[in-house]
Design a protein around this ligand. Structure first.
Ligand code: 13P
Length: 255
């Protein structure tokens, strides 16, 4: 039986004061609803430590939204894996399309960052997904295959099991437009078949593949109901304790 992971990507929202308010609501609601679902929040760096402290008596995990692939040194503005460990993070989002688009993230840096996170026992949440133009040009399957293959380059099957993939079609992020359940399932099954080719079916089946892109309470049930959708990476709807908790409740019911 799969175990859903419901993850909130807060993006550049919620400094410590807003984070405290959001987590306060979430803490109460999560305790009521979820035992069978893993829950993760990914605040911006400045709110990580307080979020870890705030959630220490819960099973809600805290992750970062980026990491650097070097151990330490002269990389102004960057944050290392050991710093994230020290701050209490167990997860990190890597290669989000916004980082690929605005901050020069590439398949190569995604791979380096995933390896560095694994070295420090941080679970990488590796994001992949196509733009609308790429889907219209019918190269989305090939593009995602290249992204997944590059991200897992040089990673063993046991390490691969510690990685989470998030399929996030760029055209569905923050647009209110969602991939249909069929489109999500089709791509998730494709990603799993790529993993089976890279490793084997058992490993592929053990890697969680989340869907991201305008997931909200109104569409979560049909998306999470798909066979190969193992959870959600949620942006906008994770900024409200009510809507995030509703999605967690839906996942719990489907578990
Ligand atoms: P939205 O849920 O706001 O579309 O964002 C999705 C996302 O980018 C999560 O990483």
């Amino acid at each position: 039986m799969r175990r859903f992971l419901i993850a909130g990507n807060w993006k550049m929202n919620c400094g410590p004061a807003d984070a405290a308010e959001l987590l306060e609501g979430l803490k109460e609601k999560k305790a009521e609803v979820a035992e069978e679902v893993d829950v993760l929040v990914c605040p911006p760096f400045v709110s990580l430590s307080m979020s870890v402290n705030y959630l220490h008596d819960t099973d809600i995990e805290v992750g970062a939204q980026n990491i650097h692939f070097e151990e330490n040194g002269a990389y102004t503005g960057e944050v290392s894996a050991s710093m994230l460990v020290e701050a209490g993070c167990n997860f990190v989002i890597i290669g989000h399309s916004e980082r690929r688009e605005y901050f020069g993230e590439t398949d190569t840096t995604v791979n380096k960052k995933a390896k560095k996170a694994l070295e420090h026992n941080i679970v990488p949440v590796v994001c992949v997904g196509e733009s609308l133009d790429q889907r219209k040009a019918n190269i989305h399957f090939e593009l995602v295959k290249n992204q997944v293959t590059a991200a897992f380059e040089g990673i063993s099957d046991t390490e691969a099991l510690d990685i989470v993939i998030a399929y996030e079609p760029i055209w569905a992020i923050g647009t209110g437009e969602t991939a249909s359940p069929e489109q999500a399932q089709e791509m998730h099954a494709h990603i799993r078949s790529i993993l089976a080719e890279l490793y084997d079916q058992e490993t592929a089946d053990g890697i969680r593949i989340l869907y991201g892109g305008s997931m909200k309470p109104g569409n979560a049930e049909e998306l999470l109901g798909q066979e190969d959708v193992d959870g959600g990476l949620i942006g906008g709807a994770s900024l409200s304790a009510d809507s995030f908790a509703e999605i967690i409740t839906i996942a719990e019911k489907l578990s």
